[in-house]
Design a protein around this ligand. Structure first.
Ligand code: SF4
Length: 363
């Protein structure tokens, strides 16, 4: 009989309450919790130090682990690995992406999803075309880290978690904060706040709330330098324009010596002119930021085009000359639709072709 209640959705207090309700000694709660969040058990029968009677009692009460099923792992020629995860709750599929980090062999950044689809409707983003199906629960978010770790080979590890997959994390604020709390629990997943980054399209009140709730890094997906343009590219801007969102970043309680990230997707002929670069430098003057330039990743018959390499380098050069730390993000996972803005299940006709250009790093 399939389980109707999922252990991955419980926090530590929830596991303790469950074990108490089953009249078991309290140390069983610690064991059960570790099986779920430290050892990544996928089935009650893997929990070999729990008595069979307890496992049977859990089953009788309708409990199962409730872990997502790894439906597919697709590996790119550049080492990026995209995991398609079928959720236990309703069979929806979300994606998490392991991105090889440049400086350290075997270390990956894990890009996690926070929603099924996304409500923000950014014009350049494939996920935005899907609309929002639902929020992910805290357990479904943490599960992506546990399942991704299980896919790693010997000597590999997840060095960073970035909330930049499907969805706007701050639109699912409570669950994302709760997921972060579970990720950093030393008795469970045991990750660190310092290595977690939440990326937002600019939900100002929630940026303030995140700063108060969790000492994580923040990234803003900016992508335009005038409100007129950003209103069009990112409808969220009509509610919280550029000035307000940058003010929210300026008051974000960033831990000492850390920088926040500004993501800027370069759309050929749209937001990649010299004037845009100068305006961007002016907007960010004096802020502790690092700018990630991301040449747009095409999907289907979009209205945008990828800028050519010379334009991208010229844009970057202007920012650098203004003293801004600027990285040109190496395009990872293009051949498996795992690059920025490409996540989400799609019909075959929309599979992306691999452009031959600009596969190299220009740091
Ligand atoms: S860019 Fe981010 S916030 Fe915008 S539609 Fe895509 S997933 Fe949503």
């Amino acid at each position: 009989m399939p389980s109707s209640k999922h252990l991955v959705d419980l926090d530590r207090a929830g596991v303790e309450a469950l074990v108490r309700a089953l009249k078991q000694p309290s140390y069983r709660a610690a064991q059960l919790y570790q099986w779920i969040f430290k050892h990544g058990a996928r089935d009650l029968d893997e929990m070999t130090n729990l008595p069979k009677a307890l496992r049977a009692a859990l089953r009788d009460e309708g409990w199962g682990v409730g872990r997502a099923r790894v439906e597919r792992v697709v590996e790119s020629v550049d080492g990026t690995r995209k995991l398609a995860l079928r959720l236990a709750q309703d069979g929806a599929v979300v994606e998490a992406v392991l991105l090889p980090m440049e400086k350290e062999r075997g270390r990956y950044a894990l890009c996690v999803s926070s929603q099924v689809g996304c409500a923000m409707a950014c014009a350049f983003c494939y996920t935005g075309t899907l609309g929002l199906a639902r929020h992910l629960s805290p357990g479904e978010i943490v599960d992506q880290l546990i399942l991704a770790r299980a896919e790693l080979r010997e000597g590999e590890r997840v060095g960073n978690v970035i909330f930049m997959g499907m969805g706007e994390p701050l639109h699912n604020f409570d669950n994302v904060v709760c997921a972060i709390e579970r990720m950093v629990d030393p008795e469970g997943v045991d990750f660190t706040h310092r290595k977690i980054t939440v990326s937002t399209s600019g939900l100002v009140p929630k940026i303030d709330a995140l700063g108060a709730a969790a000492p994580v890094n923040i990234a803003l997906s900016l992508n335009a330098t005038t409100d007129e343009q950003r209103d069009w590219l990112m409808p969220v801007n009509r509610k919280w324009p550029i000035r307000e969102v940058l003010a929210a970043l300026r008051r974000y309680p960033l831990p000492p010596r850390r920088k926040m990230t500004i993501e800027y997707v370069l759309l050929g002929g749209v937001n990649d002119t010299d004037e845009d670069a100068h305006r961007l430098a002016r907007l960010l003057r004096g802020m502790p930021v690092r700018v990630n330039l991301i040449p747009w990743n095409p999907f289907g018959e979009g209205q945008f085009k990828r800028p050519d390499e010379a334009r991208v380098l010229a844009f970057q050069q202007i920012l650098k000359a203004k003293g801004l730390m600027t990285l040109l993000r190496v395009t990872r996972g293009l051949d498996i639709d795992a690059a920025c803005g490409q996540l989400g299940e799609r019909p075959q006709a929309l599979q992306t072709e691999i452009p031959g250009e600009m596969e190299e790093e220009h740091g």
